[in-house]
Design a protein around this ligand. Structure first.
Ligand code: B4P
Length: 191
């Protein structure tokens, strides 16, 4: 089993790369952002609770994200060659929650990918995505808020995987294909 975590600032291309990775390695793609947007669109109790937080770029409380993640883990556990976790963990506490949840299933993260992209490039990408996605959180004011929240939390996340000797930084600039090639070279060393 190959279990990967991909993290990085909003707009760094986590979702884009996770989709390619999932296809190439037959992994199950778990995106907490997508799960939350799905809950919001379906107007579930959880969706209604988190709607404003997501629209304003705030993080959703750990207990709620953990709830959607554990539900997905239990449902999909036996379906693929492993998991790619996209957008979770977002802070040190979530990293510990994920580690414990996986360990209880006798699983572990093999590689944690930290995608790095400069702020001006991130803002450009998200504004462009906003033109087509209709996402309520894809505008300049919210992007700056999300970037700030990301920076506040990233340090502990990076340290968590550094300590486990599983952290790999990947340059997220260049075409999606170029970034994907960097990631496949890295994964090849862990297969
Ligand atoms: P996410 O859905 O995770 O969204 P994201 O960080 O904005 O996007 P991502 O990095 O996946 O970028 P993408 O591939 O789309 O989170 C949304 C919200 O959900 C959060 O703000 C928070 O409120 C909540 N949430 C999610 N997880 C949570 C958690 N664990 N705890 C608490 N709250 C949580 O790429 C961006 C754009 O760039 C796309 O348009 C893409 O086409 C383009 N692009 C990608 N790669 C490119 C490249 N190499 N060159 C040029 N453009 C590129």
């Amino acid at each position: 089993m190959l279990n990967l975590v991909i993290f990085g600032p909003p707009g760094s291309g986590k979702g884009t790369q996770a989709t390619h990775i999932k296809e190439k390695y037959g992994l199950l793609h778990l995106s907490t952002g997508e799960m939350l947007r799905h809950e919001i669109a379906s107007k579930t109790a959880l969706g209604l609770e988190v709607e404003n937080l997501v629209a304003n770029g705030q993080l959703v409380p750990d207990e709620l994200v953990t709830e959607v993640l554990k539900k997905a883990l239990a449902e999909k556990m036996s379906q693929g060659n492993g998991f790619i976790f996209d957008g979770f963990p977002r802070n040190g506490d979530q990293a510990q929650i994920l580690e414990d949840a996986l360990n209880s299933l006798n699983l572990e993260i093999n590689v944690a990918i930290n995608l790095t992209v400069s702020d001006p490039e991130l803002i450009k990408r998200i504004l462009l995505r906003g033109e087509t996605s209709g996402r309520a959180d894809d505008n300049e004011i919210v992007i700056k808020e999300r970037l700030e929240i990301y920076r506040k939390n990233a340090d502990k996340l990076i340290k968590f995987y550094q300590k486990l000797d599983k952290l790999y930084e990947v340059n997220g600039e260049g075409s999606p294909q170029e970034v994907f090639e960097r990631i496949t070279k890295l994964i090849a060393k862990h297969l």
